[in-house]
Design a binder for this molecule. Structure first.
Ligand code: NAD
Length: 509
């Protein structure tokens, strides 16, 4: 258990140093055969940095063909026995893993902060949510079954949901433990085995999940981690013994993964980007709508795929809405991610910081006005990372680049509207369709608008809540398939139909 320094002023340094020198960072970060290991051949290194200080904690070796082959081969071996267990037996392992995650919650959360730079309270919520997901699929595993179909003359047919084989996963960097657990737990519940490549920016907690599974009794070879960048991801995606790829990341990469999977007709789940609308009607509860708009934009430094970054506000309430929003946004505490009262942590990297600042500059050039934030902030001389004050833009128009493209930073674009029909049309005018929010006290309107919006996850009078069991995924270019919910089991299984003849075979020959 990592213990924070009692002296608050040096808290972040002591804690970061304590974690960076801990086994989580310095130990090998591949996970094969139920234990950590280094790759047998190194096809390059990448830096592991703590976003808040921008310091390099270590270099991580990228895995090449030999190690990807080994990981897939271990997973094939693991599949032989794991797929033969009953759902109940598999579920028990997952449920034990969920409990271990809860016991190790603080350690997992502190390590997640080191990886991502997000505030510790958010990391704790993330870990709790991940444990719930693993628990949930543990509970569902025993219920994965087929159907019995009675046919004529006593004949019948039955269906069986069978696992696919070895599932490959590739993740983004904003919710590292969530990517690993949202993909591995349904895959394992269904009897598949799993090989995961985390984002090179956030390699740590997926390996800890491997240790958790091991402790819970998951047989060796069923959950494997290979670290690396694009090349490693390509090797995994194109491996002939991978039956399915489950990918979370950007639209361009998702498109490449789908193309690569097409060659071998592999199954694919894609969780991609978003540019979602958050619609504030004049009859909303204003305080809740402001809170909702902030939740829709400012969690995890704005680096959330489902964010409602196009905030459509009815013209009649723009004045009071904006006044309250700006006042509360300015009160957000930007600072050391390990401090309990911090609400804005560090942007993941300099590269992402540059992208965010470019979008803000371009927005200004195209006619938008910054009413607050959008600047680099120095919170402490020791924290040399890229902290950005949450940014609110007004005078936005639908054609502006910042309104059309995903920024993946704390940049909220405010747009005004007059009528319900108009706002639905404008909200749907996007190639993406991940999520959306509706704030109104009119139940009929809420239902009508939710039915009309082209998106996979909608929130009425709230935003960015992910209760376990609710499916999540995109429409249009935001993705294919679903995660987190019962529907996900369909994406990790294939249906076998068996016809049983009870009489003689009839034929015209
Ligand atoms: P990215 O697409 O750049 O990278 C994602 C992962 O793909 C990384 O692990 C990377 O190493 C790997 N990769 C890159 N090129 C590859 C290739 N050709 N073949 C195989 N693997 C490859 O995305 P990112 O910058 O890490 O994440 C940000 C994006 O992720 C945003 O667009 C965000 O909206 C999206 N995202 C979506 C969800 C969701 O659930 N819909 C969740 C989180 C993030």
């Amino acid at each position: 258990m990592l213990r924070p320094c009692p002296y608050v002023r040096c808290f972040h340094r002591c804690l970061a140093t304590s974690i960076s020198s801990s086994s989580q960072v310095q130990a090998p970060l591949n996970f094969l055969s139920g234990k950590r290991c280094d790759p047998s051949e190194n096809i390059g290194n990448f830096d592991l940095k703590y976003p808040a200080t921008d310091e390099t904690l270590r270099q991580v070796p990228s895995s090449g063909e030999r190690d990807v082959n080994e990981a897939v081969s271990q997973a094939r071996e693991g599949f032989r026995s794991w797929s033969k267990l009953s759902g109940f037996e598999r579920g028990n392992v997952l449920k034990r893993a969920a409990n271990i995650m809860r016991e190790r919650l603080e350690e997992l959360a502190q390590t997640e902060v080191l990886d991502t730079g997000k505030p510790i309270w958010e990391a704790r919520c993330d870990v709790q949510g991940c444990a719930d997901t693993v628990d949930y699929y543990g509970g569902l595993a025993a219920r994965i079954s087929g159907e019995f179909l009675p046919l004529s003359n006593g004949c019948f047919s039955y269906t069986v949901r069978e696992p696919l084989g070895v599932v490959g996963g590739i993740g983004a960097w904003n919710y590292p433990l969530q990517m690993a657990s949202w993909k591995s737990s349904p895959a394992l519940a269904c009897g598949n085995t799993f090989v995961f490549k985390p984002s090179p920016l956030t390699p740590l907690t997926a390996v800890m999940l491997g240790e958790v599974y091991k402790e819970a009794g998951l047989p060796d070879g069923c959950y494997n981690i290979i670290q690396g960048e694009t090349k490693t991801g390509q090797l995994l995606t194109t491996h002939p013994n991978i039956a399915k790829m489950s990918f979370t990341g950007s639209v361009p990469t998702g498109s490449k993964i789908m193309e690569a999977c097409a060659k071998d007709i592999k199954h694919v789940t894609l969780e991609l980007g978003g540019k979602s609308p958050c619609i504030i009607f004049e009859d909303c509860n204003l305080e809740n709508a402001v809170t909702g708009a902030m939740l829709a934009n400012f969690l995890t430094q704005g680096q959330v795929c489902s964010n409602g970054t196009r905030v459509f506000v009815h013209k009649s309430i723009m004045g009071p809405f904006l006044a309250q929003l700006v006042e509360r946004t300015k009160r957000m505490k930007i600072g050391d991610p390990y401090l309990e009262d911090t609400t804005v942590g560090a942007t993941i990297s300099k590269q992402q910081f540059d992208i965010v600042m470019r979008y803000i500059e371009l927005a200004k050039k195209e006619g938008a006005t910054v009413v607050c934030g959008g600047e680099r902030v120095t919170v402490d001389p020791h924290l040399r990372g890229y902290f950005v004050s949450p940014c609110i833009l007004v005078n936005c128009e639908d054609h502006m680049t910042v309104v059309r493209e995903e920024v993946f930073g704390s940049v909220m674009s405010i747009l005004t509207f007059d009528s319900e029909e108009e706002v639905i049309r404008r909200a749907n005018d996007s190639e993406l369709g991940l999520a959306g929010g509706i704030f109104t006290s009119n139940l009929q309107r809420a239902y009508r608008v939710a039915s009309a919006l082209e998106a996979g996850s909608l929130y009425i009078n709230n935003y960015n809540v992910y209760p376990v069991g609710v499916p999540f995924g995109g429409y249009k270019k935001s993705g294919l398939g679903r995660e987190n919910g019962p529907d996900t089991l369909d994406y990790y299984t294939q249906v076998k139909s068996v016809y049983v003849e009870m009489g003689d075979v009839e034929a015209p020959f």
